[in-house]
Design a protein around this ligand. Structure first.
Ligand SMILES: [Zn+2]
Length: 412
């Protein structure tokens, strides 16, 4: 065995690891390595939670939802109901960040202020050891893992379009206040148009091809040029109270770019106004105009009836769709049809769901074409962003075993 042979092995191993070749079905998912970017859609059955690991190891948690009550229309808890979602999410994050001696989150972001994205508070929701707030969803994750900076659409006064009510928002505000005062957490309102609010914290100079672009929040949407934005909602004094934008329409949206790879997340944005409502309730259209084509996207509002309008689907035209499911209406049949339509956009596409309710599988027959029906969904982008894979990770236990690998897909 000569030194050139050893060098060859070293190069092959390094190349394999950095492009995700180390992963095998039936084995534990390989740890993150520098240069790769990972987007983990964590399956809990109680709402949204996405862990993002950027090429230099900077971490971002997007939402940490926890609905308190489950009925027949909901999908089951994952892995099971023995722990609250906030705890399952925290444990998942610790495993995904096991390359770190002291796992922490550089950033957390709430797409909007709903329980399935931030955590519901009910009578028996436990109180934090701090005594300052209750533990549910984001407040439980943030109680267990340090967050460097948290961003949402309402900080600091939570008054648009009207003062926020609800125990879960009040509880979240108490959490933010305590963490800012005692753990030096930063809190900021998400600023549409900007590309410097989420940056690489550890080695930005090494990855100049990475960008986190704030697209929209509260109806203020990036134009696609520089950092300019424009409002897509009229001034509230011009609008009857009954037509005011609702929480979903105010969702934060963003685009992540790594080399040729582009990813979109729009929270629970609406693209199809409910019957009788004004056309400006369609927020997907101005957002799609700014964002353009992407490689991968999470469906807005879990694929519910008011989303993924034809213009939005045709404009983003991703190769990979990710669907976060906790309800039998995720997705609805017309949304599924638009996603599948070769008339809306040509070519292949794969739709991965964290779960699929039995009722949805019966009503929307084509759902049997889902690329995956259960599990955590991990998009692993190779160093440089030129290609990516989708790994499905068992969500029925904490083995972190891969159940399916799709790709590599070339970035467009
Ligand atoms: Zn939601």
């Amino acid at each position: 065995m000569n030194r050139f042979f050893l060098l060859g092995i070293a190069v092959a191993v390094a190349a394999g690891v950095s492009s995700g070749f180390a992963d095998e079905v039936g084995q534990e998912i390989a740890p993150w390595v520098p240069g790769t970017m990972e987007i983990h859609q964590i399956s809990t059955g109680r709402g949204n939670a996405g862990l993002y690991i950027f090429p230099d190891g900077t971490t971002l948690l997007v939402d940490a939802g926890e609905i308190a009550k489950k009925t027949a229309r909901h999908t089951p808890d994952r892995p099971d109901g023995t722990r609250p979602a906030g705890e399952w999410i925290t444990r998942y994050i610790r495993h995904a960040l096991r390359h770190e001696p002291d796992p922490a989150l550089d950033y957390a972001l709430l797409t909007h202020l709903h329980e399935d994205h931030m955590g519901e508070v009910v009578a028996d929701t436990p109180v934090s050891g701090t005594g300052a707030y209750r533990l549910s969803g984001i407040t439980e994750v943030g109680d267990k893992l340090r967050i460097g900076k948290i961003m949402d659409r309402g900080w600091p006064d939570y008054r648009y379009p009207a003062p926020q009510k609800g125990a879960f928002v009040t509880n979240y505000q108490a959490f933010v206040k305590w963490q800012v005062a005692n753990h030096a957490m930063a809190a900021e309102a998400f600023k549409p148009g900007r590309n410097d609010q989420v940056v690489l914290r550890h080695d930005a100079q090494k990855y100049p091809e990475f960008e986190f672009r704030n697209v929209g929040a509260n109806g203020e949407i990036w134009t696609g040029a520089g950092t300019a934005t424009q409002p897509c909602f009229p001034s509230l004094d011009q609008v009857p109270r009954a037509d005011w934008p609702d929480e979903n329409m105010c969702s934060i949206s963003f685009r992540i770019r790594y080399g040729k790879f582009d990813y979109f997340n729009g929270g629970d944005l609406r693209g199809i106004p409910y019957e009788g409502f004004p056309q400006w309730h369609d927020v997907e259209t101005p957002v799609a105009k700014a964002v353009g084509p992407v490689d991968a996207a999470i469906l807005n509002h879990h694929g519910y009836v008011d989303t993924q309008n034809e213009f939005f689907v045709a404009t983003l035209r991703p190769r990979v769709w990710v669907l976060s499911v906790w309800d039998a209406a995720h997705p609805t049949a017309r949304v599924w049809n638009r996603l599948q339509s070769q008339r809306v956009y040509p070519g292949p596409r794969d739709v991965f769901a964290t779960d699929a309710h039995e009722a949805a599988l019966i009503v929307t027959g084509g759902l049997n074409k889902l690329a995956s029906r259960h599990g955590h969904i991990v998009i692993r982008v190779a160093a440089g962003g030129g290609e990516y894979r989708v790994l499905i990770v068992d969500d029925s236990n904490e083995s972190h075993h891969i159940t399916k690998i799709c790709g590599p897909y070339p970035s467009k």
